[in-house]
Design a protein. Sequence first.
Length: 96
Amino acid sequence: MNMPILRSISRFLLILSLALAVSCGGKRITRANVDEVSEGMSKKQVESILGPPTSMNNEDFVIMKKTTYVYRQGKDTVTIVFKDDKMQSKDSTLSD
């Protein structure tokens, strides 16, 4: 194969790899998008705003189901609690 073509292909693959790495890194958690999350939202709605949680804990009680999403970003943490699959509360250590 021709060397200029190989270089072009290599550059293309490098750029594609970098773009994929950045896009798969998840959403950045900000005060603005945490403020968008409101009581009664579904897990899917919350994930559309904040992305997938860093960790998740499920508890099944006789009278209700409780799920806790935790988002960690550096030293900051956002905790979202769902009861029966609806957002019940949130807590955040995010600074402005």
